[in-house]
Design a protein around this ligand. Structure first.
Ligand code: GTP
Ligand code: MG
Length: 240
């Protein structure tokens, strides 16, 4: 039987909000406006996943699919040092790929699944899971097709999470003002509609606080309280 592992975010408050951390065999989604900390949390998880289980890590490798081009290996170094790990070894255990189309993203997932069958991975990051769909299907008439392809991708991701006992951390965007503000007015609404809402095991909203402070809120999770946690973004990654 596979042992479910909860990987630390680097912040005790955020871990508690999440019921112990980012869980394996589950999909954790973070959405929020720009600079809300989605990518910085991804960087911290790249490191904390490699910690031993006794230190609230996952003792495994990391697969990172980047659609934004915002992964910074040099950001990993001080985060690794903060956790007392060798930065070079940590970087060697992050398998990184940049995706350019939603089809490319899907094919990368297939390749990673083959790798996960051979090596012990504990985290899959998609930053972001949806951006390429929003680029590749732009017209309103393409929405149904987009959602169908998105559902296909999410079903593949869910299968990977369960089959390899991997935690999935995926970022999402907020819909700011689609269609010139005609049909959606709530700026906090996550993209991806029901398809993404249904696929996510845990969905959290991030927002900016004072300075480097950030606030996370759990949205629509049956097993978790709709509470909030405050954390900080520091050179050493996410912390209390
Ligand atoms: P988008 O991808 O643009 O939607 O934003 P995001 O939610 O991914 O934000 P991201 O995690 O990239 O940035 C959050 C904050 O992290 C920014 O406001 C920066 O102040 C901070 N940040 C970015 N790079 C560094 C860094 O190298 N060191 C530190 N300490 N903070 C950083
Ligand atoms: Mg980002």
């Amino acid at each position: 039987r596979k042992q479910i592992v909860k990987i630390t975010t680097g912040s005790q408050a955020l871990d508690e909000l999440l019921g112990g951390g980012i869980e394996t065999a589950a999909l954790t989604e973070a959405f929020g406006e720009f600079r809300s900390g989605k990518t910085q949390l991804a960087h911290t998880l790249c490191v904390s996943t490699q910690l031993p289980i006794s230190m609230h890590g996952g003792n495994g490798k990391v697969a990172y699919i980047d659609t934004e081009g915002t992964f910074r290996p040099d950001r990993i170094v001080p985060i690794a040092e903060r956790f007392g790990m060798d930065a070079g070894a940590v970087l060697d255990n992050i398998i990184y790929a940049r995706a350019y189309t939603y089809e490319h993203q899907y094919n990368l997932l297939l390749g990673l699944a083959a790798k996960m069958a051979e090596e012990p991975f504990r985290l899959l990051i998609l930053d972001s899971v949806i951006a390429l769909f929003r680029v590749d299907f732009t017209g309103r008439g393409e929405l149904a097709e987009r959602q169908q392809k998105l559902a296909q991708m999410l079903s593949r991701i869910t299968k990977i999470a369960e089959e390899f006992n991997v935690a999935v951390y995926m970022t999402n965007q907020v819909i700011a003002d689609p269609g010139g503000g005609v049909f959606i007015t709530d700026p906090k609404k996550p993209a991806g509609g029901h398809v993404l809402a249904h696929a996510s095991t845990v969905r959290m909203m991030l927002r900016k606080g004072k300075g480097e402070q950030r606030v996370a809120k759990i949205i629509d999770a049956p097993n978790l309280a709709e509470a909030e946690a405050v954390f900080q973004i520091t050179p050493g990654g996410v912390t209390d």
